[in-house]
Ligand binder design. Structure first.
Ligand SMILES: Nc1nc2c(ncn2[C@@H]2O[C@H](COP(=O)(O)OP(=O)(O)OP(=O)(O)O)[C@@H](O)[C@H]2O)c(=O)[nH]1
Ligand SMILES: [Mg+2]
Length: 215
């Protein structure tokens, strides 16, 4: 039997990884998928606790949300030596053979983050507009190689000054960011969304179903 599909979600601190999981899980559950969650934090299990409270038992059994306090550099835990996460995913899968997928949130990291293929079958890299509209053109493994790039917090664009000298706008230039995404990852999808305003989340669900769950 094929093992549960494992989806890695990585990106800088505060870009919205936990919020994404909180928005995805009710939608995936409503579609009939059985979802488990591994949540990596370096010094706490805060995000796992937060998701258990916010999602609630009606959406997901609290046993299906596992917090991992890595105690080490976040990309070591999911890229260089993912044993801790692989073991936790194997254990979750063993205890819950009914699972269709496991969402694995990396601790907040930098642009060098990627997931070991040993750990994740599908890799979502996430950034947010608040970090400036230059982030995509600066590159990095996540930007270039992720199966899906998500640019979150587009609702904040009007409040963020542009970083690009020849920008036609004074505030974060989403059009240029879209052009950068086309150039940097021409064959791979990028979704611009706002988790706060709940836009674009169905597109993420569609891509997960099409590219991760049905392959
Ligand atoms: N304005 C706005 N705020 C958002 C959006 N998405 C997330 N946030 C807020 O951004 C903050 C960080 O979101 P988290 O989901 O905790 O980010 P994270 O990537 O999980 O953070 P770490 O796990 O600490 O790396 C929270 O206060 C969210 O409510 C968005 O689309 N727009
Ligand atoms: Mg988080």
């Amino acid at each position: 039997m094929p093992r549960t599909v494992r989806i890695g979600i990585g990106g800088p601190i505060g870009c919205g990884k936990t919020e994404l999981i909180e928005k995805l899980v009710p939608k995936l559950t409503a579609l009939g998928y059985k979802v488990g969650i591994l949540s990596n934090d370096v010094y706490s299990k805060e995000d796992a606790r937060r998701m258990a409270v916010r999602l609630g038992e009606k959406v997901i059994d609290k046993d299906l949300i596992v917090g991992i306090e890595t105690g080490l550099c976040p990309h070591t835990a999911v890229r260089d030596d993912p044993s801790m996460n692989v073991n936790a995913a194997d254990q979750l899968e063993k205890e819950h053979p009914e699972l269709d997928l496991i969402l694995i949130e990396s601790g907040g990291d930098n642009v060098t983050l990627t997931f070991s293929p040993r750990l994740a079958d599908f890799f979502i890299y996430m950034i947010d507009v608040a970090s400036g509209d230059k982030t995509i053109r600066k590159g990095g493994l996540g930007i270039l190689k992720a199966d899906l790039l998500i640019v979150n917090k587009i609702d904040l664009a009007p409040y963020v000054a542009t970083t690009i000298p020849d920008s036609t706008t004074k505030t974060a230039n989403l059009d240029l960011m879209r052009e950068d995404a086309e150039k940097m990852r021409p064959d791979k999808p990028t979704i611009f969304l706002s988790l706060k305003e709940e836009t674009g989340i169905d597109e993420v669900v569609d891509i997960i179903r099409e590219k991760a769950l049905f392959r």
